[in-house]
Design a protein around this ligand. Structure first.
Ligand code: EPU
Length: 416
């Protein structure tokens, strides 16, 4: 199994290009199921999760062509309504096919994703929304079995603003009869860009980026040619790297307006930002100040940046409290950071971090995607060598992360 080796202590400096956003690409690629004809997607990141979703779409009968950065999908041959356990267990976002399969084939059988390292991750709200649209839903043998002769617009309130739940319900509602109103919908930039793509396909959706989304059903959608937005979580990870290594990094092709909560917190921690439309320059200062954060749905501080910020606070001056309110078990990286010398106490959904002057390199284990990134960040500033194991988590969601860090002057390499 691959490992990543890091020799800490290098200031990172230079330019890095931010890749397309994984969590925008996944639902957008799935939305190709809603139409016949060739859709073309540019700026698609080369990630394990993208390979997994393309594999699933092929299994369902879609034709997929790829070249670097570009994906073409034609779902004219959509014929199979089953997403099997072997594929869904590799990637929970596979549940996104449920809505479009119901809309196009009137039935779907999709394996239940189950929990994962960061929490139980139920899909009850996806199912509640689809049932409200008229689907008959049963849970049998570990699968969701859904069917509907017709889907009819309705008024749906989500108890919590779920990202993939919002996307799933929208994909069923775009081809339903009449109007659907989705209240307390997710407002993440990935959801907004997904809605923009559906509208380009001829959908009638209003309110993307707000918590009330109105969807006027249409009879059919047409293929689209579009570009995936840049990955705010990858950009955020490099911002933390600049702050942590007292570096000076220019992020190219990034959208800072998607990261306002993080930028404000990093500024309080001592980093300096120069923003223009597509470029952000982040300069770290010698003193990293402790800052509290609390994760929340967008526009709150993103849970997908919590592990990286925790790594930063572990070398800040003073005490900070990181509260995780989105997922109930997203602190597994803490025990690994402690093995590198971090002083962190967990109390319920909070991590109480007493910054230390220095971390020390150690062998550590990645447990999920963002936890992997936090361990790499810690390794970049730790004294000596850090060895990160189970890096397949990283390959699910960061495109060429070691190469990008190496380009900025880090001593980091992958060992097969
Ligand atoms: N929730 C429910 N019921 C549901 C769905 C969600 O109670 O039916 C709860 C969850 O348990 C959680 C909260 O709602 O407490 C938010 O979960 P959400 O459904 O928004 O998460 P998701 O859609 O499964 C997406 C991203 C995650 C990201 C979260 C939160 C994709 C493919 N995944 O997951 O990304 O952490 O939103 O922003 O978009 C990552 O990229 O590392 C990652 C985990």
């Amino acid at each position: 199994m691959d490992r990543i080796l890091i020799e800490g202590g290098h200031r990172l400096k230079g330019d890095v290009k931010i890749s397309g956003a994984k969590n925008a690409a996944l639902p957008i690629l799935v939305s190709s199921l809603l139409t016949d004809g060739w859709n073309t997607y540019a700026n698609v990141p080369d990630l394990q999760d993208v390979h997994s979703i393309l594999h699933l779409l092929t299994t369902l009968g879609a034709r997929v062509e790829t070249e670097p950065g570009l994906v073409r999908i034609n779902a004219g041959g959509l014929c199979n309504s089953e997403a099997p356990y072997e594929l869904v267990r590799k990637m929970r976002a596979s549940i996104l096919v449920l809505g479009p399969l119901l809309a196009r084939l009137k039935k779907a059988r999709v394996s239940l994703p189950g929990g994962c390292a960061i929490g139980a991750r139920p899909i009850n709200l996806h199912l509640k929304g689809l049932a409200c649209l008229g689907a008959a839903i049963e849970l049998k043998h570990g699968y969701v079995e859904a069917s509907a002769d017709t889907l009819k617009g309705c008024d749906i309130y989500l108890d919590t603003p779920t990202v993939t739940g919002t996307e799933n319900i929208i994909m069923a509602a775009v081809l339903a009869e009449g109007r659907t109103i989705l209240r307390n919908a997710a407002r993440e930039p990935e959801v907004e860009s997904f809605i923009d793509v559906l509208n380009l396909m001829g959908a009638q959706i209003q309110g993307g980026g707000t918590s009330v989304i109105s969807i006027e059903g249409v009879t059919c959608l047409h293929p689209v040619s579009t570009r995936i937005i840049s990955d705010r979580i990858e950009a955020g990870t490099f911002m933390v790297a600049a702050a942590m290594t007292r570096g000076d990094i220019r992020l190219l092709d990034s959208q800072p307006q998607h990261l306002e909560a993080l930028i404000q917190k990093l500024t309080l921690a001592g980093a300096h930002f120069k923003l223009d439309d597509q470029t952000v320059r982040v300069t770290g200062s010698d003193r990293i100040t402790s800052v509290d954060i609390r994760t929340l749905p967008f526009p709150g501080f993103p849970t997908d940046m919590q592990a990286q910020f925790t790594a930063l606070m572990s070398v800040a001056q003073g005490l900070s409290i990181v509260s995780e309110t989105v997922f109930e078990n997203r602190f597994i990286h803490v025990e690994e950071l402690k093995r590198m010398g971090a002083d962190i106490q967990l109390s319920g959904n909070a991590a109480i971090i007493k910054g230390v002057a220095e971390l020390s390199g150690a062998p550590v284990m990645a447990t999920d995607l963002r936890a992997s990134a936090s361990l790499i960040l810690a390794g970049l500033v730790a004294k000596g060598k850090t060895e990160v194991h189970r890096v397949y988590h990283l390959d699910r969601g960061y495109e060429g992360l070691e190469e990008k860090f190496r380009g900025l002057g880090a001593a980091i390499k992958r060992v097969k």
